[in-house]
Design a protein around this ligand. Structure first.
Ligand SMILES: [Zn+2]
Length: 444
């Protein structure tokens, strides 16, 4: 039974059609200049890409064609729409979705590139241009999948949904993309089945990503001539000792987590300084203040909000007990009682904190993706990164079974001379069909 059903979908839909895929990708990459996301200078106009997707799909839509696709262009900001496409199945509530293909790109400076980033060029298997890997190549790929379903109408129990989103590359701006779709309940029914987030690279399931908190720690002391150090509060000494204490407490409260091995993370959670600054002045002058900045990289088994709260508690506790902090030599001190002065530290956070993601390794979605990857690509090697991937954690917290994969190349992600391989996109298309077939064989 399983084999019959699996092979029949492949017989009907076949494989990725090179001509129509490359034609669509050419039109989309031709718009990439207008969907660069770096406000306030560059605000993407995602509808310029969406228009080409709609041109391909609307002839097979219930709204302006003969069906069967249900196509919904949803905008919260003028010119910056999202698209939800649904191929209806026969069993109510049985559903799977491909989400996360985004219509915006990161910036590209043509002077740094060996070819024009804003038009598609083809060199053998390479499809070159801004967005080919991240994520316009996937936009064309998933559009082609939905077009073929709409045109060839294989009989499926599952409803297959594709969601193309605006504004993925700037998660500090809300109210444009997937956050609004979720808020409006437009994706609610996708919770009934696996959701495949198609926006990573290298053809393998990405099962874990990191969270990130950027912080600034500032020490205020008292400026004085360094020949009379007993009259100063040295903010550099204060900050070095305080930061060491904060790191010790961080590593005590957020130690390596046993699941990190299971997910294949290269490192546990870390907190480290990456920048120092002070106001300047002579070498014989103890300055009044200094600042150290850095980040926390967090594996997804800890919560970023918890960490931020703890860091603030460490700082408050150190300030309250500043005379107990280690000093550096006989006249080093952080309190000058005669002058009623105390050194002090403050911590602040960059507002865009990201939470990490750990995909559910027991879910049906994960098993289906692994089996499809193994069968189509030949090998399955799920990986994790402490880099960040925005938006997914929020979906997971809302109750979606999110799995992530993608068919671009990690080495060209957000880089100059971005490209993807047509052969990889073909494999991706095969994985999608394999996933749909496997879920047809489920008994629900
Ligand atoms: Zn992306």
């Amino acid at each position: 039974m399983a084999m019959a059903s699996s092979s029949s979908l492949k017989d009907i839909v076949g494989e990725l059609d090179r001509d129509s895929f490359v034609t669509l990708l050419g039109k989309i990459i031709g718009e990439s200049k207008h969907v660069q996301n770096n406000p306030p200078e560059l605000v993407p106009r995602e509808d310029r890409v969406a228009r080409h997707v709609l041109d391909v799909l609307l002839p097979y839509s219930t709204s302006s064609g003969e069906g069967p696709l249900i196509v919904n262009h949803v905008s919260y900001v003028e010119g910056r729409g999202n698209i939800i496409v649904e191929y209806p199945g026969t069993v109510p509530g049985k559903i799977l979705s491909f989400v996360g293909c985004h219509l915006d790109v990161v910036t590209a400076n043509p002077q740094d590139w060996d070819f024009d980033p804003f038009s598609l060029s083809i060199e053998g298997d390479k499809l070159r241009g801004r967005g080919t890997t991240d994520c316009l190549g996937h936009v064309a790929l998933v559009t082609e999948l939905m077009r073929q379903l709409g045109q060839l109408k294989p009989k499926l129990k599952s409803t297959v949904v594709a969601v193309f989103i605006a504004n993925e590359e700037n998660s500090s701006v809300l109210g444009v993309g997937v956050d609004m779709l979720v808020k409006d309940g437009l994706l609610n029914k996708l919770k009934e089945g696996p959701l495949f987030w198609i926006d990573t690279a290298d053809k393998q399931p990405c099962i874990g990503t990191g969270g990130m908190i950027a912080w600034k720690l500032r020490a205020t002391g008292k400026l004085f001539h360094s020949g009379l150090p007993h009259k100063a509060i040295n903010p550099l000494e204060l900050l070095m000792e305080a930061f060491k204490e904060i790191q010790l407490r961080f590593y005590r409260d957020f130690p390596p987590h046993p699941k990190e091995q299971v997910y294949g993370f290269a490192t546990p959670s870390t907190m480290k300084p990456t920048q120092w600054s002070y106001p300047g002045g002579g070498i014989n002058q103890i300055p009044a203040e200094c600042t150290v900045s850095g980040d926390v990289r967090l594996t997804p088994f800890y919560d970023t909000a918890d960490v931020a709260k703890k860091l603030q508690e460490y700082v408050d506790d150190i300030n309250a007990n500043i005379e107990k902090l280690d000093v550096r030599g006989p006249v080093s001190k952080y309190v000058l009682p005669d002058e009623n002065l105390k050194g002090r530290i403050t911590i602040s956070f960059d507002e865009s904190m990201t939470s990490g993601v750990a995909c559910n390794l027991d879910s049906r979605g994960f098993h289906v993706l692994c089996k499809a990857t193994k069968e189509v690509i030949g090998v399955v090697k799920p990986y994790s990164i402490t880099g960040t991937l925005p938006l997914i954690r929020e979906l997971q917290d809302e109750g979606f079974d999110v799995q992530t994969t993608g068919y671009g190349l990690m080495s060209t992600y957000h880089a100059k001379n971005e490209y993807c391989l047509f052969s990889d996109m073909c494999l991706g298309f095969g994985v999608f069909l394999n996933i749909i077939s496997q879920l047809e064989d489920d008994n629900n």
